[in-house]
Design a protein around this ligand. Structure first.
Ligand SMILES: *Cc1c(COP(=O)(O)O)cnc(C)c1O
Length: 394
C-alpha cells in the first residue's frame, strides 16, 4: 500500500503514516490532499467496460477516490485486509454484526457495550431470530463456558465506553479460534493508533470514526475493518445494505487522521493528569481510567494498548440532584452532551445500573463520564474546582 513503507521497505511508524496514507498528490495535479469527489453516476466509455465493469470506479455508492483514500488508510492502520465505511459508528456496528449472523444464531456481547449496540441486538437482531447473551466484560477465556452450539460470534468493546472495564482480548480470541467463532471488537476508545484488535486476535475492528478520527465534532462516520478471513463478509454486507457515508464526511475523516496522533497524545496526557487530580478530591469515590494503576484492568491496558485516549469516568460520592446540578450546570469549559473524541471537553452523568444484565453495578454515587479535550489542563482543573466549590454552597 502506498506510503506505509519507506524506500528500503521498512514499515513507517504510525505517526508518520497518518500523514501520508490515502494521499497521492501526483494523481491530484500536485494538490496535497485527495479532494471531495461528489458523485453517484460514473460513466463507462464503451459497452465492453459497462458490461465487464472493469474500471476503477463504477458507482458512487461502491467507491470514490475520496472513500478509497480513507478506507485504505484505516485498513493499513488497523492492520487489516479491507475496510468499509458507514454513515455513523452505530451503522458500522450494525453492519458488522449483520455481516455474520443468521436466524437461529446466538451471539455473545459484552455487558459493557455501547448502549445503542445493545438496543440493536435486543430489538433488531432479536426480531430477526438472533439471540444475544451478555457476558461479564472481565470474563477472559472463561467465555468458553457461555458458548452454545449455535453461537456464531463474540462482540467485545475494550474498554467499555462508559464503565471502562478492560477485556482480555487475546484470551477471548484463543477461545473464539478454537470454537471457530468470529470475534468482533469496537475499537473506538483507542482508535487504531492505540490498539489494533486484529493483531490481538480479532477478525473485525469497528470504529465510530465520528469520535477521534473525525476529531472535531463536525461529522458522523463509521468504519469496519476485517482481516482476510472476514473480508468478504463485510464486503458483501456493504453491497447488500448500501452503507456509504457522504463525501464531505468522508473527507473530514481523512482530514482528521492527519492530526490524530498529536491530538491523542494531548488527550492522553491531559486526561491522565485530571484523572489523578480527581483521585485526590474528597468529592470523588473512585476514578475509572485504565491508565491508572488503581484500575483493575491496568495490566491488560499496559499489555495491549500503546496509550490512552481522553475518555474516562469518575464516581461521585452520593449527592442530591441540586448539588449535582450545581456542579454541572455552570461549568465554563466542559460542555454537557453526547459523543466525544472532538477537541472539546465534555462531561455527562450516566447510570450503568439501568441497562446491565450480566453484571451488577454497585456504586451508589453518580457516575460521570469525562472527555478531556485539548484545553490547557490548568484551565480545566480550575473549571472543575469551581464546580466542586459550588457543590459545597448548595
Ligand atoms: C459513539 C459510539 C458509537 C456510535 O458512533 P456514532 O457515530 O455516534 O453512531 C459506537 N461505539 C462506541 C464505543 C461509541 O462510543
Amino acid at each position: 500500500m502506498a506510503h506505509s513503507k519507506d524506500k528500503s521497505g521498512k514499515e513507517l511508524s504510525p505517526q508518520t503514516k497518518v500523514l501520508h496514507l490515502g494521499r497521492e498528490p501526483d494523481a491530484q495535479h500536485g494538490f496535497v490532499n485527495t479532494p471531495v469527489y461528489r458523485g453517484s453516476t460514473v460513466l463507462f466509455p464503451t459497452l465492453d467496460l459497462l458490461k465487464s465493469r472493469k474500471q476503477a470506479y463504477t458507482y458512487g455508492r461502491r467507491a470514490t477516490p475520496t472513500t478509497e483514500a480513507l478506507e485504505r488508510a484505516i485498513t493499513d492502520l488497523e492492520g487489516g485486509a479491507s475496510t468499509i465505511l458507514t454513515s455513523s459508528g452505530l451503522g458500522a456496528v450494525s453492519t458488522a454484526l449483520l455481516a455474520f449472523v443468521q436466524s437461529g444464531d446466538n451471539i455473545l456481547v459484552t455487558d459493557s457495550v455501547y448502549q445503542p449496540t445493545r438496543t440493536f441486538c435486543d430489538k433488531m437482531l432479536a426480531r430477526l431470530g438472533v439471540e444475544t447473551t451478555y457476558y461479564d466484560p472481565t470474563i477472559g477465556d472463561g467465555i468458553a463456558k457461555l458458548i452454545k452450539p449455535n453461537t456464531r460470534l463474540i462482540f467485545a468493546e475494550s474498554p467499555g465506553s462508559q464503565t471502562f472495564e478492560m477485556q482480555d482480548i487475546p484470551g477471548i480470541a484463543k477461545v473464539a479460534r478454537a470454537k471457530n467463532l468470529w470475534l468482533l471488537a469496537d475499537n473506538t476508545w483507542a482508535s487504531p493508533l492505540l490498539c489494533q484488535p486484529l493483531a490481538l486476535g480479532c477478525d473485525v475492528s469497528v470504529q465510530a470514526a465520528t469520535k477521534y478520527i473525525v476529531g472535531h465534532a463536525d461529522a458522523m462516520l463509521g468504519a469496519v475493518t476485517a482481516n482476510a478471513r472476514a473480508s468478504k463478509y463485510i464486503d458483501n454486507a456493504k453491497e447488500a445494505l448500501g452503507t456509504c457515508p457522504g463525501s464531505e464526511e468522508t473527507y473530514l475523516g481523512t482530514r482528521g487522521l492527519r492530526t490524530l496522533d498529536v491530538r491523542l497524545q494531548r488527550h492522553m496526557a491531559s486526561a491522565l493528569a485530571i484523572a489523578r487530580w480527581l483521585e485526590d478530591r474528597p468529592e470523588i469515590e473512585r476514578v475509572i481510567h485504565p491508565g491508572l494503576p488503581s484500575h483493575p484492568g491496568h495490566a491488560i491496558w499496559k499489555r495491549d494498548f500503546a496509550g490512552a485516549s481522553g475518555l474516562f469516568a469518575a464516581i461521585l460520592k452520593p449527592v442530591s440532584q441540586p448539588t449535582l446540578a450545581a456542579f454541572l450546570d455552570h461549568l465554563k469549559l466542559f460542555g454537557m452532551g453526547y459523543s466525544w473524541g472532538g477537541y472539546e471537553s465534555l462531561v455527562i452523568p450516566f447510570d450503568p445500573s439501568s441497562y446491565r444484565t450480566a453484571t451488577k453495578w454497585t456504586d451508589a454515587g453518580t457516575a460521570l463520564r469525562f472527555h478531556i479535550g485539548l484545553d490547557a489542563v490548568d484551565d480545566l482543573i480550575a473549571d472543575l474546582s469551581a464546580g466542586f466549590e459550588r457543590m459545597q454552597n448548595v
